[in-house]
Design a protein around this ligand. Sequence first.
Ligand code: SF4
Length: 195
Amino acid sequence: MRLLLHICCAPCSVACVETLRGEGIEPTGFWYNPNIHPVTEYKMRKNTLIQYASDIHMRLLVENYYGLREFIDNVYPNYNGRCGFCYRFRLEETARQAAEKGYDAFSTTLLISPYQNHELLKEVGAEMADKYHISFAYRDFRPHFKEGQEKAAQLGLYRQKYCGCVFSEEDRFLQGKKNLITFQKFNNRPERGTV
Ligand code: SF4
């Protein structure tokens, strides 16, 4: 089976690629993650994957698009519902390119993360498979998440601390601190939080 595997980051790809190779499938990796912000983080994750793909001799297609503005335009004002758009954005491009380039199927390393909405990913994958007339190679990679992350750590791969978008970065680093800092006492300025 010729499979185009969307890869969200190198650490998540470790166990997915090993599992697929164990099934006799040699995936082609596909980098397309306009949801990762800011630029320095985007580059760090992309370059880590490029190096890792080379190390494990995996073919990798890189769609180098930093899509901050398009992402924000599409999730505004429903920030809490942003993940649905984010999955569609990435899986649609994966399915489209897979069909255009003659692959038999597409899949995504997002399916390994216990932190993602797995059922929604499954639905979006099926929707894109219908739309582009190509198979969605669904796998529940989640049982391999821990071992994959451990192996990524042993390999010294860069491991991010938040999902990807600026909102997930805020959730990770600001949650629980929102009420800690206010400036109300200075010059009657309105209350506001700060990082
Ligand atoms: S939290 Fe993660 S999956 Fe959800 S929109 Fe942000 S980057 Fe995408």
